[in-house]
Design a protein around this ligand. Structure first.
Ligand SMILES: CC(C)(COP(=O)(O)OP(=O)(O)OC[C@H]1O[C@@H](n2cnc3c(N)ncnc32)[C@H](O)[C@@H]1OP(=O)(O)O)[C@@H](O)C(=O)NCCC(=O)NCCS
Length: 217
């Protein structure tokens, strides 16, 4: 029988988590991946929340992980509310679609609630999240950057029901992921891993559609 454990990430896990992230994301959203670089850099970003960086082990091998940064919502009066943004979230390809991702979300949400957080917002493929309580940002009156802009990929989960009721909000993400704009740094970091072929996959077009469209009605 497989022995499954979810525990906090430690420094000793860093490289294994980066390898896992690279494997899981490779070619899914773009040819190659930059999420392993994001993981590598976010741990030293001030918005990183180490108390919510979990690894999932199967028989002592790390096969899944989830990480979080702080993010914010501003209401109409400019008051800010601190919230969470999860990601990267990944499960090793051989272990996907066995509800391990669901376990990681549920486990980390429980821990997050105990820390006092009540909302999680992230950009993602809706198919991975809508069965976990995430809804379109439009349903919760959360826009991005400009009033009335509701990106299709901007997904909101109230970890405590009703947390966003009665107000209109603007989402303010962490700058933690900005490191990935430095493509030379991404490539240099990737070169420290075994070579992998970059390729096109249909999921890249699917995510292009999600990430370049908005919910308008
Ligand atoms: C996304 C990911 C973390 C999900 O983890 P997982 O353990 O495979 O997912 P789960 O088995 O817990 O369920 C995933 C949900 O995805 C959906 N799903 C299941 N099979 C699917 C399939 N073949 N295609 C698309 N969506 C599917 C369902 O909504 C499912 O939930 P449900 O069956 O309870 O309704 C994992 O597949 C992964 O690492 N993918 C690559 C990296 C990535 O895309 N991360 C997320 C960033 S947006």
């Amino acid at each position: 029988m497989n022995r499954l454990t979810i525990r906090l990430e430690t420094e000793k896990d860093y490289r294994a988590v980066e390898e896992l992230t690279r494997e899981a994301f490779w070619n899914v959203y773009k040819p190659g991946a930059d999420e392993h670089y994001f993981v590598h850099m976010m741990r030293s970003h001030p918005d990183f929340i180490p108390e919510l960086a979990f690894v999932l082990e199967m028989d002592g091998k790390i096969v899944g992980n989830i990480m979080y940064t702080k993010a914010w919502l501003a209401d109409e009066d400019g008051n800010r509310k601190e919230i969470l943004s999860c990601g990267p979230l990944c499960v090793a390809p051989a272990y996907q679609r066995q509800k391990l991702g669901k376990l990681l979300i549920e486990h980390s949400f429980d821990a997050a609630r105990k820390m006092g957080y009540d909302v999680n917002i992230n950009f993602g493929n809706p198919g991975n999240y809508v069965s976990r309580g995430f809804v379109s940002c439009k349903r919760k009156n959360v826009c991005f950057m400009t009033h009335g802009n509701y990106p299709t990929a901007l997904l909101v989960c109230e970890m405590t029901a009703g947390a966003l009721d009665g107000k209109a909000w603007t989402y303010i993400p962490s700058t933690a992921a900005d490191c990935c704009e430095d493509t030379a740094a991404v490539e240099a970091f990737d070169a420290t891993f075994p070579k992998k072929e970059k390729a096109w996959m249909p999921s890249q077009e699917e995510f292009y559609i999600y990430s370049h469209s908005s919910v308008v009605r």
